[in-house]
Design a binder for this molecule. Structure first.
Ligand SMILES: *[C@@H]1O[C@H](CO)[C@@H](O)[C@H](O)[C@H]1NC(C)=O
Ligand SMILES: *[C@@H]1O[C@H](CO)[C@@H](O)[C@H](O)[C@H]1NC(C)=O
Ligand SMILES: *[C@@H]1O[C@H](CO)[C@@H](O)[C@H](O)[C@H]1NC(C)=O
Ligand SMILES: *[C@@H]1O[C@H](CO)[C@@H](O)[C@H](O)[C@H]1NC(C)=O
Ligand SMILES: *[C@@H]1O[C@H](CO)[C@@H](O)[C@H](O)[C@H]1NC(C)=O
Ligand SMILES: *[C@@H]1O[C@H](CO)[C@@H](O)[C@H](O)[C@H]1NC(C)=O
Ligand SMILES: *[C@@H]1O[C@H](CO)[C@@H](O)[C@H](O)[C@H]1NC(C)=O
Ligand SMILES: *[C@@H]1O[C@H](CO)[C@@H](O)[C@H](O)[C@H]1NC(C)=O
Ligand SMILES: *[C@@H]1O[C@H](CO)[C@@H](O)[C@H](O)[C@H]1NC(C)=O
Length: 441
């Protein structure tokens, strides 16, 4: 079963029944033979929960081997407008390298064919000593805005390695979509905020939004793959993710004020881009509340891990619950939601809110880490960056040095190491550290 990535059934999916996709990845372990295990998660959005499309490897078997992807339903919109499923595949890749996955298929809105590309970078980073982790994000299959209202979508752009995350439109000449032509009523900032400013009722209708999210190291780093070194700079993206969804510009609404037709979030709904913490087997509870005085709030639309459970605790009151399992320890998972209201069969959406849930790695002393998950966390948790004083962290670096004259071990100890240390301090390394040479490779 070596070509399992190709196995997903590509069955009857009617034109325009596609609603976009998102893909992220988390490297897990390096095996004894040097191969790397990576967990790839994606959202498969179609009109029907039965439609599917297959991700394929761009070059032969460079994506390694694994079992067929598991597809589970995340949420189906109540009127049957769309269904989002989460696919999870675990690939074992021969050496820690990089590869591309491609989704390519039929038509979605506006005569655009669906196409998405993910670049998975698995080489070791010199700053973390581990394979690169992709940014974490998700999005609903469809979001709505009335044609006379302006709205900002501040997409979740969380990077587990602390890299700078940037968004841009897909580029047709890089075959990142087919074609990529961005809708003219959108304005995208590189920090992943998308503002929608329809100018007239002529703008009504569905649009395919085809974004690419990338992570850039904040300092020059080196990527290590077996015996090859690659010098990265802050202008080179490490990984590349597709973020694709449908934007629906609806008929005019009598008022754009939130809380009348368009639902308005109320406390204790967490703020957009809030970071919450929980641990393995510990259920995280997120309370969400919204009001709409003219329309009727009908449901909470959400996107996140497939095993997030939703309950309704009154009109406009919802609870999302998620219990991470052992495999998710140390990872951060995105959850996004929108409250939908209806008035005589017209649907209205609140703003989009997204959260990042970090599993078992609250950056504080272990005293608070065990105390907080006892109570449901429903507001942005404060981040106190206190490194455990007694804990020492040892990081191995492999460095290639070029010199005009031969270097003795003493030269390396006295000159090279000292210069490296000075440079790290000059760049403001926030640690009390010692640097020593282990040996030559
Ligand atoms: C698309 O990619 C090509 C090839 O790298 C580049 O020359 C071009 O500037 C890109 N276009 C945009 C709009 O960024
Ligand atoms: C997009 O945003 C930039 C920066 O905020 C602004 O200068 C520009 O006018 C905007 N363009 C449109 C079409 O709204
Ligand atoms: C990548 O491969 C190199 C060389 O085999 C190895 O030293 C390093 O630990 C590997 N890193 C990861 C994250 O797999
Ligand atoms: C909706 O009604 C509530 C209760 O009457 C009121 O407090 C709130 O201000 C109203 N919202 C708007 C946007 O008018
Ligand atoms: C989580 O629950 C499973 C099943 O009940 C158990 O086997 C495992 O030890 C638990 N893990 C932790 C970290 O509590
Ligand atoms: C969340 O909602 C539940 C049920 O309504 C309630 O018992 C709980 O106190 C709420 N938590 C917060 C922090 O508001
Ligand atoms: C979610 O619901 C399923 C089925 O009702 C249940 O097995 C699971 O334990 C629930 N999970 C949480 C976190 O409540
Ligand atoms: C962290 O936990 C360990 C073991 O449970 C304990 O010995 C240590 O005192 C704790 N540290 C802090 C800062 O609470
Ligand atoms: C750094 O750590 C060493 C050894 O633990 C200690 O002697 C020294 O005072 C520390 N320096 C600073 C600036 O904290």
């Amino acid at each position: 079963m070596s070509l399992s990535l190709l196995l997903l059934l590509a069955c009857s999916s009617h034109a325009s029944h596609f609603f976009g996709t998102v893909m992220t990845y988390s490297p897990k372990t390096t095996n004894n033979d040097g191969s790397v295990t990576v967990v790839i998660r994606y959202k498969m959005n179609f009109h029907s929960c039965r439609d599917s499309a297959s991700w394929t490897c761009s070059i032969g078997n460079s994506c390694g081997t694994g079992s067929a992807p598991e597809l589970n339903k995340v949420y189906m919109e109540s009127s049957g407008e769309w269904c989002q499923r989460e696919g999870i595949m675990t690939q074992q890749v021969p050496s820690n390298t990089s590869f591309q996955l491609i989704l390519d298929g039929g038509n979605w809105v506006n005569n655009i064919r669906w196409r998405a590309v993910t670049l998975v970078e698995l080489r070791s980073r010199s700053d973390t000593g581990q394979a690169n982790r992709s940014p974490q994000t998700t999005i609903l299959p469809a979001v709505r805005v009335p044609s006379n209202c302006q709205r900002d979508f501040n997409l979740l752009a969380f990077d587990p390695d602390g890299d700078e995350v940037r968004c841009r439109y897909g580029n047709t000449s890089l075959s990142e979509c087919n074609p990529c032509t961005p809708p003219s009523l959108l304005n995208l900032s590189s920090s992943c905020s998308l503002s929608v400013s329809p100018s007239s009722s002529n703008d009504q209708g569905p649009y395919a939004v085809q974004l690419v999210m990338e992570d850039f190291p904040r300092q020059t780093i080196t990527l290590i793959q077996a015996d090859m070194l690659w010098e990265g700079t802050t202008i080179i993206a490490l990984s590349k993710l597709p973020v694709q969804f449908v934007l629906k510009v609806d008929p005019e609404v009598p008022s754009c004020m939130e809380g009348l037709y368009l639902p308005k979030f109320l406390p204790p709904t967490p703020a957009n881009r809030a970071q919450l913490y929980t641990s393995v087997n510990q259920t995280l509870e997120i309370n969400i509340s919204a009001e709409a005085n003219v329309s009727m709030i009908s449901e909470l639309l959400f996107s996140g891990p497939y095993n997030v459970n939703q309950t309704t605790s009154g009109t406009g009151r919802f609870i999302l619950r998620w219990t991470p399992s052992k495999g998710e320890d140390g990872e951060s998972h995105p959850i996004c939601f929108v409250v939908q209201a209806v008035l005589s069969s017209t649907k209205y959406h609140s703003e989009l809110r997204c959260l990042i849930v970090s599993v078992g790695n609250e950056p504080s002393s272990n005293a608070t880490a065990t105390a907080t998950p006892q109570v449901p966390i429903t507001s942005p948790a404060t981040t106190t960056k206190t490194p455990a004083a007694s804990n020492q962290i040892v990081i191995g670096l492999r460095v290639r040095i070029s010199s005009l004259s031969p270097l003795s071990d003493d030269d390396i100890r006295n000159i090279v190491i000292q210069q490296l240390k000075d440079e790290l301090e000059r760049r403001g390394i926030p640690l009390n550290f010692t640097l020593s040479s282990v040996g030559r490779v």
